[in-house]
Design a protein. Structure first.
Length: 194
């Protein structure tokens, strides 16, 4: 199956890639954190479009770690962007399970197999590679994932495959979200014809 949908938005945000020099992933996060070590809720809202009550709900449910001194660090922001990029096509409890599958307890970084900022970077690098390869063949996803995570250093044996499995779900879900958005736009155009 071939997808011909182009996405100019940085995954999990409402920002256009062209507005930040075409960067995504870790490079984008480093731009956000260039001046300070933390961002406030208002900045997250500006970047992602997530309202404060939604983020508070995610925190209350244990899906996002609490801010420290009302600021979120680079890994917390990456974590939030990952949830945000998936939530249009995956239930929040499934997203929470997927993230737990990768990194265990959201508040305990000692059980993580990868920092959230690096996970977000891998996601964005995979998505970019798929676009560069001129289309999104589902059979091609696994190969691209394994190529992109080739530099991943396993924390314990088996974590590379665990990471690859989760990334496959994330990438396919993200494209499902893009297809849903495309479908919604087509429907709006039909309704505008009335």
């Amino acid at each position: 199956m071939r997808f011909e949908i182009n996405n100019e938005i940085i995954p999990g945000t409402k920002l256009r890639k062209s507005d930040v020099g075409g960067v995504t992933g870790l490079e984008f996060l480093e731009k956000v954190f260039f001046i300070s070590q933390g961002v406030m809720l208002t900045q997250i809202r500006e970047i992602s479009g997530i309202d404060g009550s939604t983020l508070q709900n995610w925190t209350k449910r244990g899906w996002v770690a609490n801010s420290r001194s009302k600021k979120y660090d680079i890994d917390q922001v990456a974590h939030i962007l990952i949830i945000n990029m998936l939530r249009n096509c995956m239930r929040l409890d499934q997203i929470a399970y997927l993230i737990q599958y990768i990194n265990g307890d959201v508040a305990d970084t000692s059980d993580d197999i990868i920092r959230d900022a690096y996970l977000y970077d891998y996601i964005c690098r995979i998505l970019s590679r798929l676009v560069e390869d001129d289309g999104y063949e589902l059979t091609h996803f696994k190969d691209v994932i394994m190529e992109v995570i080739a530099d991943y250093q396993e924390v314990v044996p088996g974590t590379r495959q665990r990471l690859a499995n989760a990334l496959e779900v994330i990438v396919v879900t993200y494209y499902a979200a893009l297809l849903k958005k495309h479908s919604d736009n087509l429907m709006e155009a039909l309704q505008a014809e009335r």
